[in-house]
Design a binder for this molecule. Structure first.
Ligand SMILES: Cc1cc2nc3c(=O)[nH]c(=O)nc-3n(C[C@H](O)[C@H](O)[C@H](O)COP(=O)(O)OP(=O)(O)OC[C@H]3O[C@@H](n4cnc5c(N)ncnc54)[C@H](O)[C@@H]3O)c2cc1C
Length: 383
């Protein structure tokens, strides 16, 4: 039986980036993914390194600021381009209440080193002349990052392999053996591996996988549908999203909240129609795609005759308090769990470095207790 110091279950952003740092530190690492690398949610996302929509606590603000900085040199470090560039973001404001809230948020963000400002409708119209701004008060503006998510997963995977990590796609983990409070083996249909430690970084599938080791985690998911258009002339100049994107979708059985932006090749990636479901799948619906189109055409009427070339759906996980879980499991001593980050792309260059330290039983430079599973020890409720 092959033995590894660490077996990572999940070959998305979190699993592959952590495998890179572990193998770089000389840790014998195996990554197992049930499908293609990035084929869960990572490679199917919009590729935005978001900066201003998440939690405003000092830890998250620091992850955003430092994560962005890491991206500036990460392509060189990983020896592969993932098409990183900075890009403007307008978060559309439709109500007085959102205007007030974004003024407050902008102040906090700017003071923390993430420059953000609220601009009025006239300024928004000047920046995006093709937009129908009728009924809008303005927008919050910031500069975030944009990358190609498929290349980002590949860059981490290749760099991890260069340092000796073994990475197996199409290797679904179907069993784990637990003895005396420790996982001893991890099983796929073809092989059984001995494990010093196991990291479950399986995105929305995390509860299904941790259950194989008898561990329950409070993680649920929404199913998000997205589409990409044919290449368009350069008429839209920034990423554009609702300023209440997350509130619009949270806790709803079905909702559409648009967020979209032009890709370097001129196509427009448009997200998302969201359904609350227990089913983990990759499908799209007539309801979802047609409602995304209605919202888009309301904002940019010239898109009415645009062709959609592809659509897809993917699950996105969340926890009861909408903070990530990055933690050893209290019940199984060598089982590490990481899932449900909000600004995943922005934070992952830094967080993966810290997760690799934690997995080596070293202390990360910053207290990560906020993300510990222990916070749910007294129970939890879903809203
Ligand atoms: C439409 C859409 C747009 C998004 N846009 C953005 C964005 O612009 N910016 C951003 O930061 N975030 C975005 N997100 C969220 C982002 O994609 C996720 O936060 C991120 O991909 C999660 O990465 P992960 O590594 O935790 O999970 P995943 O990428 O889902 O990786 C988990 C992996 O585990 C594997 N797995 C599951 N079960 C098993 C098993 N039994 N055995 C082996 N492997 C298993 C899966 O195949 C999967 O590849 C978006 C999400 C969606 C749906």
């Amino acid at each position: 039986m092959k033995k590894f110091d660490v077996i990572i279950i999940g070959g998305g952003f979190l699993g592959l980036s952590t495998a890179y740092h572990l193998s770089k530190a000389g840790v014998k690492t195996l990554v197992l993914d049930k499908g293609d690398l990035g084929g869960g949610t990572s490679a199917a996302c919009s590729g935005r390194a978001q900066v201003c929509e998440g939690h405003l606590d000092p830890l998250n603000l620091m992850l955003i600021k430092e994560g962005l900085k890491r991206h500036e040199t990460l392509e060189e470090e990983l020896e592969m381009s993932y098409e990183w560039h900075r890009f403007g973001l307008f978060l559309i404001i439709r109500t007085e209440e959102l205007w007030r809230r974004w003024q407050e948020r902008s102040e906090i963000l700017t003071k923390s080193g993430i420059p953000t400002e609220v601009v009025d409708r006239a300024a928004l119209q000047r920046a995006e002349p093709a937009m129908n701004t009728e009924g809008l008060l303005g927008a919050a503006y910031s500069v975030e990052g944009l990358l190609n998510p498929l290349l980002f997963t590949r860059a981490y995977a290749r760099a991890a392999e260069r340092y000796g990590a073994e990475i197996c796609s199409h290797a679904e983990v179907i069993g784990m053996e637990v003895q005396n409070g420790q996982v001893t083996t991890v099983r796929t249909a073809k092989e059984t591996y001995a494990a010093g430690a196991v990291a479950v970084m399986a995105g929305a599938w995390t509860p299904v996988v941790t259950r194989l080791a008898g561990v329950e985690v409070p993680v649920r998911h929404t199913h998000a549908e997205a589409l990409v258009t044919e290449p368009l002339p350069p008429v839209i100049h920034n990423t554009i999203e609702l300023s209440d994107f997350y509130e619009t979708i949270h806790g709803k059985q079905q909702a559409v909240a648009i967020g979209f932006g032009p890709e370097p090749n001129g196509t427009l990636v448009i997200t998302e129609a969201v359904t609350m479901t227990d089913r983990l799948h990759q499908g799209v619906s007539h309801w979802g795609l047609s409602n995304i189109a209605v919202e888009m055409i309301r904002l940019f009427p010239f898109l009415a005759k645009t062709r959609v070339v592809r659509s897809w759906g993917r699950p996105t996980s969340f926890t009861p308090d909408e903070e990530p879980i990055i933690s050893w499991a209290p019940q199984v001593r060598n089982l590490f769990i990481a899932t449900s980050m909000v600004e995943t792309i922005t934070a992952v260059p830094l967080v993966s470095e810290w997760m690799a330290l934690m997995m080596r039983r070293e202390t990360p430079p910053v207290d990560m207790d906020r993300y510990s599973l222990a916070r749910f020890a007294g129970g939890w409720s879903w809203h």
